[in-house]
Design a protein around this ligand. Structure first.
Ligand SMILES: NC(=O)c1ccc[n+]([C@@H]2O[C@H](COP(=O)([O-])OP(=O)(O)OC[C@H]3O[C@@H](n4cnc5c(N)ncnc54)[C@H](OP(=O)(O)O)[C@@H]3O)[C@@H](O)[C@H]2O)c1
Length: 331
């Protein structure tokens, strides 16, 4: 069995995180079809392989995701870092609305605990930052929940550097979760450095570009009709045809190293700093095994420089979220 060789710290807390964690969002829908038997087998193999960081959210399939993973993770509960998120709801226009009001945070946490079948969550995030509620107030509420033993660490997802600093003045922020990969590099504009300074772990979500960087698809008609990615600007045919050059770069290096494009994509993210961990989404054991190998792959300076040089020459086409989602990002 492939075991991750090292762990990375969670904020200033004691728990070590496997460099390759498990993004659970896609397990029960969202991207493509659902296969509960294979998803269950994948989660169990991940646990047995040493993956100890599992990421879900109240909003994933409106609680269905937490209900699915809770019983599977239960026997391993004390040995894992279970992360969930609150504060994000669907808006009437199909977009998303952040709601970080203290009462919403408390109600959402209780509902997540019930669905997950646990009495504490290791890492509890504000999924999006609500500009109507001062961050000091929402993090103050989360700090009370830490004191009450209902959550162990506080995280922020898609926050700005300024928000992180204000939040950290109230309570240590163990983790910031934001999209980060070879084609989504916003965190390099201050966030990675600020996390390092504050002792905050950076959790890179969608490290495989939602499967695109792994080379899984390059045209919309390769995705199932109900696949969420169909609405993403980067995957529209014209943009995808141009963006595919990045995948070609990853594939080219991968074929020289005997590695998949996904492995190169993950190894690149992990090579950027020691306080970064990844949470690729995967619902097959084949993808899990491939990603664990990616977590062990060490790219040398020349290989990293080559990726950098090629990436610098390729303009990424399209925003990383549809417009209605992009407006909810705290920048
Ligand atoms: N905080 C936020 O706002 C936010 C937003 C998005 C995501 N997230 C978190 O980040 C996690 C990961 O993000 P994501 O799922 O959007 O994107 P991702 O990890 O970049 O990509 C997932 C896609 O890549 C495929 N894949 C995984 N490993 C592969 C491999 N080795 N080879 C080929 N294909 C592979 C998966 O296929 P299969 O599913 O078929 O295995 C899936 O379609 C989510 O599960 C969620 O926990 C957080």
């Amino acid at each position: 069995m492939n075991t991750p060789t090292s762990s990375r710290a969670l904020g200033t807390g004691p728990a070590g995180l496997s460099p390759v964690g498990f993004g659970c969002m896609g397990l029960v829908g969202w991207y493509g079809t659902r296969d509960d038997a294979e998803s269950t087998a994948t989660l169990l193999e991940a646990l047995e392989s040493g993956v100890n960081h599992f990421d879900t959210a109240a909003s994933y399939q409106i609680g269905e995701n937490e209900k699915f993973i809770g019983p599977i993770l239960k026997p391993w509960r004390e040995r894992i870092v279970l992360a969930s998120k609150c504060g994000l709801a669907r808006g009437p226009d199909g977009g998303v609305v952040a709601d970080n009001k203290p009462q919403t945070i408390r109600t959402s946490l209780d509902a997540s605990l019930a669905r997950l079948g646990t009495d504490y969550i290791d890492l509890f995030y504000l999924h999006r930052i609500d500009t109507q509620v001062p961050i000091e107030e929402s993090v103050g509420t989360l700090a009370e929940l830490v004191a009450a033993g209902k959550i162990r660490h506080i995280g922020l997802s898609e926050c700005s550097v300024a928000t992180l600093r204000r939040a950290a003045a109230v309570h240590p922020i163990a983790a910031v979760q934001t999209e980060y990969s070879i084609w989504s590099r916003d965190p390099e504009r201050g966030m990675l450095a600020t996390c390092a300074e504050l002792g905050t772990t950076f959790v890179a979500y969608s490290p495989l570009g939602r499967g695109f960087l792994a080379g899984n698809f390059s045209r919309l008609d390769e995705l199932p009709a109900n696949d969420n990615r169909r609405s993403h600007p980067r995957f529209q045919d014209e943009a995808a045809a141009l963006n595919k050059q990045l995948v070609d770069t990853l594939r080219e290096l991968g074929s020289e190293l005997g590695a998949s494009a996904a492995q190169i994509a993950l190894a690149w993210v992990l090579a950027q700093a020691p306080h970064i961990v990844t949470i690729p989404g995967m619902k097959t054991r084949a993808h899990l095994r491939d990603n664990l190998a990616g977590g062990r792959l060490q790219l040398d300076a020349a290989q990293l420089a080559r990726i950098e040089q090629r990436a610098a020459a390729i303009e990424v086409h399209g925003e990383r979220h549809p417009p209605a989602m992009m407006q909810a990002v705290d920048r």
